[in-house]
Design a protein around this ligand. Structure first.
Ligand SMILES: *[C@@H]1O[C@H](CO)[C@@H](O)[C@H](O)[C@H]1NC(C)=O
Ligand SMILES: *[C@@H]1O[C@H](CO)[C@@H](O)[C@H](O)[C@H]1NC(C)=O
Ligand SMILES: *[C@@H]1O[C@H](CO)[C@@H](O)[C@H](O)[C@H]1NC(C)=O
Ligand SMILES: *[C@@H]1O[C@H](CO)[C@@H](O)[C@H](O)[C@H]1NC(C)=O
Ligand SMILES: *[C@@H]1O[C@H](CO)[C@@H](O)[C@H](O)[C@H]1NC(C)=O
Ligand SMILES: *[C@@H]1O[C@H](CO)[C@@H](O)[C@H](O)[C@H]1NC(C)=O
Ligand SMILES: *[C@@H]1O[C@H](CO)[C@@H](O)[C@H](O)[C@H]1NC(C)=O
Length: 465
C-alpha cells in the first residue's frame, strides 16, 4: 500500500501524514486490520506466541484464535476501551492475570474456549465485565472455578463451561447472573448438585448437566429455576430424585433423565407423582433395580410397582458389583445420598431383599402371592428374618464381611467405574411390599443410613460360623 509511486511532493505529504498517525493505530505484524463493519484486528492462525503489544486502541473486535498464546496479561488489552468482541480460543493459554480484562466496559463476547492448559483462573480475571453477554470457557481443563469468579457479570446470558474437569461448584458461583439464560456444564465431573449451586439464576432457560457424575441432587437445588425450560441430566449416576426437588421447575418443557440408574421402589414415588403433574416432554427413566422392573420406564409404572424397598446392599451390589472387592459393601460410594428405605426400623418386612425366594416371571402374580403371606412375615422377628436371608444365593456375603469392616477406599470415589466390572444382576426374591410406602424424606446421618445394611451382615456371619 505504501509502495505506490507518487511524484516527489505527494510522497513527502504522504510520509508526513503517516508520521502524524499515532503509533498505536498501526496494524501489528502478522495481523490484518480493517474498519468495516467495525474496527477489527484479525490475527488468527499466525503462530503468535504472545499477544501483540501494538494493537490499535480503537479496535472493537480482536481475533487472536488458533495461535500459540500462553498468557493474558492485565495490560494486554487494557487500553482498548471500545472492545466488544475478543476471541482467544484454541491457543495454549495457561495463565490469565488478575483483572486481565478490567476496563473493557463494552466487551460483550469473550471466547477463551479450547485452551486445554488453562486449568485455573484468577478469581478476579473477569472483574469489570459488566456488559459481557457471552463467555466461553469450554475445554479449558478447568477443575475448579474460584469463589466469586463471575461476580458482577450482570449482563451475562450465555456461559459455556462444558468439557472441563469441574468436580464441584462453590456456593453461589452464579449468584449475580440474573440475566443468564444458557448454562452449559455437560461433560464435567460434578457429583452433587447442592442447594446453593444455582442460586440467583432466575432467568435461566437451559441447564445442561449431562455426562457428569451426578449421584445426588439436593432438595432445594432448583429453587430459583422457575424459568428453566430445558434440563438435561442424562448419563449421570442418579438413583433417586424427589418430586419436591423438581417442583420449582414450573416452566420446564424438555427433560432428559435417561442413562441413569434409577431405583424404582418407594423412594421413586414422589418423582413418579411429579411426572403425573409434568406437562413437558421427558426421556425415559430406565429402572435399574429391582430386577423385576429393570429396563422399565419409571414414568410408566403403576403405583403398586413402587411399593416396597430394595435393600441397600442389593443396590450396591447391582450398581457397583461387590464381587470386585473394590469397596466394602457396608459403605457406598453413593455416601448418604440414597435416602433410607421408606420403612420404620422395626418393620423390615417389605424389604425387597433378593435373598429368600426366587422371583417369578410375572411380578404381579408374585405380588398377589406375597400378599397371602403378609402377616406371617410381619410377625417375624428381626433375628429370624435376617438369618433367613442366608438361604439365598448370596453366599459371597460372608466372604465379604471383613471387607465390610474396612474403611471406604477414598480412591474409589474418585474412580467409581473401576469397580463396576462385575455388576451382573442376580435374580432376586421379593417379600411383601408394604402397603403404606410413602418415603420418609431422610436427612439422616451416614450412620443411620448404614444402620440397616450393617446389621444383617454381622448376623449372617454369626449364622455362618
Ligand atoms: C470509542 O467509541 C466512542 C464512541 O463510538 C468514540 O467517540 C471514541 O473515540 C472511541 N474511542 C477510541 C479510542 O477509538
Ligand atoms: C502448551 O503449554 C504448555 C505449558 O503450559 C507446554 O508444556 C506445551 O508444550 C504447550 N503445548 C503446545 C501445543 O504448544
Ligand atoms: C440484564 O441486562 C440488562 C442489559 O443488558 C440490564 O439492564 C439488567 O440490569 C440486567 N438484569 C439484571 C437483573 O441485572
Ligand atoms: C454452602 O452452603 C451450605 C448450606 O448453606 C453450607 O452448609 C456450606 O458450609 C457452604 N459451603 C461453603 C464452602 O461455604
Ligand atoms: C456412572 O454413569 C456412567 C454413565 O452413565 C457409567 O458409565 C458409570 O458406570 C456409572 N458409574 C457408577 C459408579 O455407577
Ligand atoms: C404362590 O405360593 C404357592 C405356595 O404358597 C406356590 O405353590 C405358587 O407357585 C406361588 N405362585 C406364584 C405365582 O409364585
Ligand atoms: C435370635 O434367635 C435366637 C434363637 O432363635 C435367640 O437365642 C437370640 O437371642 C436371637 N437374637 C436376637 C438378636 O434377637
Amino acid at each position: 500500500m505504501r509502495t505506490v509511486v507518487f511524484d516527489g511532493g505527494r510522497l513527502l505529504l504522504l510520509v508526513m501524514w503517516l508520521n502524524l498517525l499515532p503509533q498505536t493505530d498501526s496494524c501489528p505484524a502478522k495481523c490484518v486490520c480493517y474498519n468495516e463493519p467495525r474496527p477489527t484486528v484479525a490475527c488468527q492462525q499466525q503462530g503468535l506466541s504472545s499477544i501483540p503489544t501494538e494493537i490499535p486502541v480503537r479496535s472493537q473486535r480482536i481475533f487472536l484464535q488458533s495461535n500459540s498464546l500462553t498468557m493474558v496479561r492485565s495490560t494486554s488489552f487494557s487500553s482498548c476501551h471500545n472492545l466488544t468482541v475478543l476471541w482467544l480460543y484454541s491457543n495454549n493459554i495457561s495463565y490469565i492475570e488478575a483483572r486481565a480484562f478490567y476496563g473493557l466496559e463494552k466487551l460483550e463476547e469473550l471466547d477463551i474456549g479450547d485452551n486445554n492448559n488453562l486449568r485455573t483462573i484468577s478469581p478476579t480475571a473477569f472483574r469489570g465485565l459488566t456488559k459481557l453477554h457471552t463467555l466461553q470457557l469450554h475445554r479449558c481443563g478447568l477443575s475448579e472455578l474460584p469463589v466469586g469468579v463471575f461476580r458482577g457479570m450482570v449482563s451475562l446470558q450465555y456461559l459455556y463451561l462444558q468439557d472441563n474437569n469441574i468436580l464441584t461448584l462453590h456456593n453461589d458461583t452464579f449468584l449475580d447472573l440474573a440475566n443468564l439464560t444458557y448454562l452449559y456444564l455437560h461433560n464435567n465431573k460434578i457429583k452433587i448438585i447442592t442447594n446453593n449451586m444455582f442460586r440467583g439464576l432466575i432467568n435461566l432457560d437451559r441447564l445442561l448437566l449431562h455426562q457428569n457424575r451426578v449421584i445426588y441432587v439436593e432438595p432445594r437445588a432448583f429453587t430459583d429455576l422457575g424459568k428453566l425450560k430445558s434440563l438435561f441430566l442424562f448419563y449421570n449416576n442418579l438413583t433417586v430424585l424427589t418430586g419436591e426437588t423438581m417442583d420449582p421447575l414450573a416452566s420446564l418443557q424438555y427433560l432428559r433423565l435417561n442413562g441413569n440408574q434409577w431405583i424404582c421402589d418407594c423412594r421413586a414415588r414422589t418423582l413418579w407423582e411429579w411426572f403425573k403433574r409434568f406437562k413437558g416432554s421427558s426421556s425415559e427413566l430406565e429402572c435399574y433395580v429391582p430386577d423385576f422392573l429393570a429396563g422399565r420406564d419409571l414414568k410408566q409404572l403403576k403405583s403398586e410397582d413402587l411399593e416396597g424397598c430394595v435393600e441397600t446392599s442389593q443396590i450396591q451390589t447391582n450398581l457397583f458389583g461387590s464381587k470386585s472387592g473394590k469397596f466394602p459393601s457396608t459403605e457406598s460410594p453413593l455416601g448418604n445420598t440414597i435416602p433410607r428405605c421408606c420403612l420404620r426400623d422395626n418393620d423390615k418386612s417389605s424389604i425387597l431383599s433378593g435373598k429368600s425366594r426366587q422371583i417369578t416371571n410375572n411380578p404381579l402374580k408374585e405380588k398377589e402371592n406375597m400378599s397371602n403371606t403378609k402377616f406371617k412375615q410381619q410377625e417375624r422377628t428381626k433375628n429370624e428374618t435376617q438369618i433367613k436371608q442366608n438361604d439365598g444365593p448370596l453366599g459371597t456375603l460372608s466372604n465379604n464381611l471383613d471387607k465390610t469392616l474396612e474403611n471406604l477406599h477414598p480412591e474409589f470415589i474418585e474412580n467409581p467405574e473401576s469397580a463396576t466390572a462385575s455388576n451382573k444382576k442376580m435374580k432376586k426374591c421379593v417379600k411383601k411390599p408394604k402397603s403404606d410406602a410413602h418415603c420418609i424424606k431422610s436427612q439422616g446421618s451416614t450412620l443411620q443410613m448404614l444402620h440397616f445394611p450393617v446389621i444383617p451382615m454381622i448376623w449372617i456371619s454369626l449364622a455362618m460360623s
